[in-house]
Design a protein. Structure first.
Ligand code: 0O2
Length: 215
């Protein structure tokens, strides 16, 4: 007989993990900017998967409901957005440096070098993250997705189209999406070529804004 799951209770540590991880990565940005350094992190978001999505994914992956905590790696997920592709790998290095300290890396998936047939690009790191619960310490799985703003723009739109078409996006839309993913990646490559100029301009603009707000 299928075990009754208390989803509210099960998801509390995941909620806490998402909040903690968001604070930690936003903290890196705040720290770097406060000392006048460039931050490879533009912004951070996070979410806990909805129960309906957990159940859907469990069915897709053939994971028993009582095994979802081990079988589904992205119940807790955070997304780190970067300006440039190079920044993604800087953030990956930050995370690798933390391996064994406040998180354990389980594995990494580079969907930038190996983009998906859909056109999806992003860097994924699955971690085990220690969390303190009222019942004691617990290590949960979480997925960190690191991507550029352009990759995020594409991913968000494709995700909503998948939702609209219930995963059966019409062929002509799929073809457009693949072209759009390539165009977004070309935009990232073009921006990378002039990233030093962009960064200098942003720094100047920031100094000017700070001076104006000081008046
Ligand atoms: P949600 O709503 O974002 O949580 P696979 O079976 O190998 O294709 P798998 O096992 O689900 O993929 O794991 P993977 O590759 O790590 O992908 C997990 C998450 O990456 C997805 O979660 C999405 O957030 C994102 N993702 C992966 N592929 C695509 C894609 O083609 N398009 C978009 N927009 N996002 C993608 P969920 O559970 O699918 O959705």
């Amino acid at each position: 007989m299928q075990q009754q799951i208390d989803w509210k209770k099960l998801l509390i540590p995941y909620d806490n993990a998402v909040e903690e991880l968001k604070v930690k990565f936003k903290g890196i940005r705040r720290e770097l900017r406060s000392i006048g350094e460039y931050s490879p992190i533009e912004f951070v978001t996070g979410r806990v998967k909805k129960v309906s999505s957990i159940l859907e994914k469990a069915e897709k992956l053939d994971v028993a409901i009582e095994d979802v905590e081990d079988g589904i790696e992205d119940i807790a997920g955070i997304r780190i957005m970067c300006q440039f592709v190079e920044d993604i790998y800087t953030v990956v290095d930050y995370i690798r440096e933390r391996d064994g300290y406040d998180l354990d890396i389980v594995y990494e998936k580079d969907y930038i070098d190996n983009f998906k047939p859909s056109g999806y690009r992003s860097y994924h790191i699955v971690i085990r993250y220690p969390i303190q619960t009222a019942m004691g310490p617990k290590k949960i799985l979480a997925e960190i997705q690191i991507r550029t703003l352009a990759m995020n723009f594409w991913g968000t739109i494709e995700h909503s189209l998948k939702y609209k078409y219930k995963h059966n996006i019409p062929e002509h839309v799929t073809e457009r999406l693949i072209k759009a993913a390539d165009a977004a990646f070309r935009l990232d490559q073009e921006m990378s070529q002039i990233r030093h100029e962009i960064r200098q301009a942003q720094k100047l603009f920031e100094i000017r804004s700070n001076t104006v707000s000081d008046i």
